[in-house]
Design a protein around this ligand. Structure first.
Ligand code: NAP
Length: 474
């Protein structure tokens, strides 16, 4: 672990193992920290906050840009770690490293624009002003599916705002976080500004929520855990940002460019082997074009190369855990038993790859709303195609979920594009665009997909407090 600029083990020496999902082999052990290690990390962050928060934005930007450069310099090594510990295809993992670094660059620049406000007073002898200050010590709890990017999306704005942080990475992917800690050290970031504690989520998060020094928690993960954290935050009214689960509709209208829509559906569905919060979960296709679209889509999915994630030519890797693989099987079996038609795939990979957690890229036709896959997040490489007749009907279907993270639709009709983007109840809309996330735009969900935004200028607001100062003058 990386605490107060030092590399440390768990106080009792305990560790846990990390398994490569492509091979089933153990690749590393990481320290199993808990309450006490987290407490030390929070103390270090608190101490560092006093001087880090006093630096100028330019000085803080210097460290962020150094980290940005280092991430590019070590792009291949970082991608290798991501790929080995959580199974993201290597070439895609390189993309994640660049994406993760882009947040550091964006927030280095954005930190220079933490503007305040002056307000006209109601009396001649008063002046009113609002300043924005760093919130304090921040805790970041991150998931395994973007082990680097979800971290820089939190640590980047925290550093830029003048906050210090304690990061708790997911149990399946602690090595990427540790590697990031190494870069923090190489960049000469003052000790205690970024601390990384690996280990047991229960005791670590208990300390984070009970320790009054922590003023804000930024969490990315499941809606189930997110709700638990809302309850825990009540005791001290700690500020929370939550990036939670999704159930993205992907709508193809009859006036769409079907070739572009099929390409977009592959990108949106099979990225990270279907394990992203913004992956298409329900592909709605207007009946008049469903045969043509399905044909194009199946053709493209057949061309995807599945295999050991470390192979740079592989496009679809393994699932992250045996439980994830079981959930995928459950969703496919449930849909088929209720009348869905298997258009492609539909089973675990056999032969050479059977040691890993591989499932064939799968397409299901004639899916309906009685099937689990249309309401639960599958988090795997399964694409369900659902027919629809009218725009009004599909908007209703698309919105009929407790989630509200991302939604996509394809059309060449301008008026429809405006109507549908306004009618969809989601935080992110991809209109003829399957990959909308970039550092300079606000990313986040509505409804049970979370609260707060990451990226964009909004991403910095999450780490700042507003202070109103009323000044009497002579
Ligand atoms: P998860 O089980 O909720 O875990 C996420 C993080 O929370 C991990 O670090 C985990 O640690 C920790 N955690 C687990 N139980 C906890 C508890 N009781 N208290 C405090 N922390 C706890 O989610 P996941 O399965 O890793 O990630 C997949 C989910 O994340 C999906 O639902 C996906 O949609 C969502 N996601 C959302 C976004 C977004 O931006 N909206 C981005 C990526 C992923 P351990 O691993 O040590 O248990």
């Amino acid at each position: 672990m990386y605490v107060n600029g030092e590399w440390t083990a768990a106080l009792d020496g305990k560790t846990f193992s990390i398994t490569n999902p492509s091979t089933g082999q153990m690749i590393a052990r990481a320290p199993k920290g808990g309450h006490q290690e987290t407490k030390l990390a929070i103390e270090a962050a608190d101490h560092a906050f006093k001087s880090w928060s006093k630096l100028t934005a330019n000085e803080r930007a210097h460290y962020l840009l150094k980290l940005y450069d280092l991430m590019h310099e070590y792009q291949d090594q970082l991608a290798e770690i991501i790929s080995l510990e959580m199974g993201k295809p290597f070439t895609e993992a390189k993309g994640e490293v660049a994406f993760a670094a882009s947040y550091l660059q964006w927030f280095a620049e954005e930190g220079r624009r933490i503007y305040g406000e002056t307000i006209p007073a109601s009396a001649v002898n008063k002046r009113l002003m609002v300043i924005r200050q760093p919130i304090g010590v921040v805790a970041a709890i991150t998931p395994w599916n973007f082990p680097l990017a979800m971290m820089t999306r939190k640590v980047g704005p925290a550093m830029a705002a003048g906050c210090t942080s304690v990061v708790k990475p997911a149990g399946q992917s602690p090595i990427s976080a540790i590697a990031f800690g190494r870069l923090v050290e190489m960049a000469g970031v003052p000790k205690g500004v970024v601390n990384i504690v690996t280990g047991a989520s229960g005791p670590i998060s208990d300390e984070i929520f009970e320790n009054p020094t922590v003023r804000k928690i930024s969490f990315t993960g499941s809606t189930e855990v997110g709700k638990l954290l809302v309850t825990k935050s009540a005791a001290q009214l700690k500020r929370l940002s939550l990036e939670l689960g999704g159930h993205a509709p992907f709508i193809v209208f009859e006036d769409a460019d079907l070739e572009a829509a099929a390409t977009g559906a592959v990108e949106s569905k099979f990225r990270n082997t279907g394990q992203t919060c913004v992956c298409a979960n329900r592909i709605y296709v207007q009946s008049s074009v469903i045969d043509k679209f399905s044909e194009l889509f199946v053709e493209k999915v057949k061309a995807l190369k599945v295999g050991n994630s470390i192979d740079p030519s592989v496009q679809v890797g393994p699932l992250v855990s045996p439980e994830s693989l079981e959930k995928v099987e459950e969703h496919v079996n449930d849909a088929v038993s209720k009348g869905a038609r298997l258009l492609y795939g539909g089973q675990r990979l056999k032969g050479k790859l059977s040691e890993g957690l591989f499932y064939e890229p799968t397409i299901l036709g004639e899916v309906n709303s009685n099937m689990l896959i249309t309401s639960e997040e599958t988090f795997g490489p399964v694409a369900p195609i659902i027919p629809f007749e009218t725009e009004e009907e599909v908007v209703r279907y698309a919105n009929s979920t407790e989630y509200g993270l991302a939604a996509y639709f394809y059309t060449e009709n301008f008026s429809r594009s405006v109507r549908v983007s306004e009618a969809l109840e989601f935080g992110i809309i991809g209109m003829n665009d399957a990959v909308p996330a970039v550092a300079q735009a606000p990313f986040g969900g509505i409804k049970e997909s979370g609260m707060g935004r990451e990226g964009g200028h909004q991403g910095l607001d999450e780490y700042l407090e507003e202070k109103y100062i009323s000044m009497g003058i002579k």
